[in-house]
Design a protein around this ligand. Sequence first.
Ligand SMILES: [Zn+2]
Length: 285
Amino acid sequence: MIPASDRLALGGFEIIRLLDGTFRVDGGAMFGVVPRTLWAAKAAPDHENRVTLALNCYLVRTPEATVLLDTGVGPDIGRRHTDFYSFDRRPGLLESLAGLGLKPEAIDIVVNSHLHFDHCGGDTLKTSGGAWVPAFPRARYIVQRGEWEQAMNPVGRDKPSYLPARLKPLAESGRLSLIDGDVPIVPGLEAVLVAGHTALHQGVRATSSGRTFFYAADAVPTAAHIGLDYIMSYDLYPVDTFETKKALLERAEAGAWVIGFSHDLRVPFGTLRRTGRRLDIVAAL
Ligand SMILES: [Zn+2]
């Protein structure tokens, strides 16, 4: 069952946080240059200094389409990654969808914020014969062109984060839709570049009846990352993340946006609350 706190009515849209499980990473890596004494007050670490994170996906139901934002790590991630990150896929994305009474065929569009394996792992499934096939057989998969090119020929620091063999079937099946920059997806839904985590990392803005939801993905991975210096060590361009996040939060505050986070387990939907100079993210519901 999907808890009521994971559902948001946004004008004529419905938005639902769907879990693909949880994992654990080093708290220092998650909060970058911020000292442990500060971040530990927001996200309590375990005895190995790790914090528990969600693999969040969001389902956006509009009158025109059923759209899935990111697909988690997927069921076929393998022992090595599972041991390293303590992935616990209970529930996995397909079970979360089934909890809504939805089959994979119900998804019209998948949008990947970027193609690191913990955001697109569920795009494809491994058959018993060892081939990779699209997990959502009717869906069009929307990805930034430059991110796709990086994923197909990964070089540099985040090379281990890309698993291109699992993604190639999206192109081969004709289901891949490459976009450049800010692009409308369906009425009320738009892909928006929020660069920094990767060069072409994107969020998704949903607007209905004057209300806005923004899936910030790894630009604001948890509500604890609201501080401008709270930037993951994984980010390839942290100076860009700083500027992107600053602009995003200004717009979100001015427009009373609801924000969705890629990795927050406790806060599926957040809004900004200002007390004098201090800005916090609080649960939207
Ligand atoms: Zn990433």
